[in-house]
Design a protein around this ligand. Structure first.
Ligand code: 13P
Length: 242
């Protein structure tokens, strides 16, 4: 399975910074690892090219209509976009998203022939009270319910422990692998035809100096990266291009 590194730029970077990043990145990127970038929708046109896939960080569960301020996955596809992050913990924490609303978005994204990257993960208090696997399992079962259009190409799962996001605290490779192996099991049961082949990404303070150890784990197929994806040099290093 080819590894996948996704840059989640969140609401960072202006147009000039996006353009400069892309010039530097494309000059050295060798495609050993798939590289995808989720920017603000404003800059999608800059990213789309033959080597790097472009993504949204969220979209509407509707494809058109009177939904002021929303972004349509259908129109994103029409503009040449490739994938959408669904259920990032910042969406769950600040914008009231639940696994149920994520399920509706996942259905729409897959129906529109885009790839969905569904994000799951526990908070610190959930981990400390021993609920990690139960929380992640619940997020998967609810979010992935009734997804008949899913396959190993158009579905990616990102495990991002909330306590490791933007904090500099990475899950140890062992902690991440434990959760990834249980995600793999759930997906294999839920989607017997292809669940074992879905790419599972780890996210939460992934950096050039810890990425190798993480990617060496059996069930970690790549990363979803915030802070360390903002500099082309660092993101290149994460993609194996030093
Ligand atoms: P950091 O890599 O900055 O911890 O962010 C992770 C993340 O939220 C990616 O979606």
């Amino acid at each position: 399975m080819k590894k996948l590194m996704i840059a989640n730029w969140k609401m960072n970077k202006n147009g000039k910074e996006c353009a400069e990043f892309l010039i530097e990145f494309k000059s050295k990127y060798s495609n050993k690892i798939d590289a995808w970038i989720a920017s603000q929708p404003l800059y999608i046109k800059l990213i789309i090219n033959e080597n790097v896939k472009a993504g949204l960080q969220n979209c509407s569960e509707h494809v058109s209509g009177a939904y002021t301020g929303e972004v349509s996955s259908r129109n994103f596809k029409e503009m040449g976009g490739n994938f959408v992050l669904i259920g990032h913990s910042e969406r769950r924490q600040f914008f009231g998203e639940t696994s149920k609303t994520c399920q509706a978005k996942l259905q729409t994204v897959l129906r529109e022939n885009l790839t969905a990257v569904y994000c799951v993960g526990e908070t610190l208090s959930e981990r400390e009270s021993g609920q990690t696997l139960a929380i992640v399992s619940d997020q998967l079962h609810q979010g992935l319910n009734d997804l008949s259009a899913a396959n190993e190409e158009n579905l990616v799962i990102a495990y991002e422990p909330v306590w490791a996001i933007g904090t500099g605290k990475t899950a140890t490779p062992g902690q991440a692998q434990e959760v990834h192996s249980s995600i793999r099991k759930i997906l294999s049961e839920k989607f017997p035809g292809f669940g074992s082949k879905v790419r599972l990404l780890y996210g939460g303070s992934v950096k050039p100096d810890n990425v190798e150890e993480l990617l060496a784990q059996k069930d970690i197929d790549g990363g979803l990266v915030g802070g360390a994806s903002l500099k082309a040099k660092d993101f290149l290093a994460l993609c194996g291009d030093k």
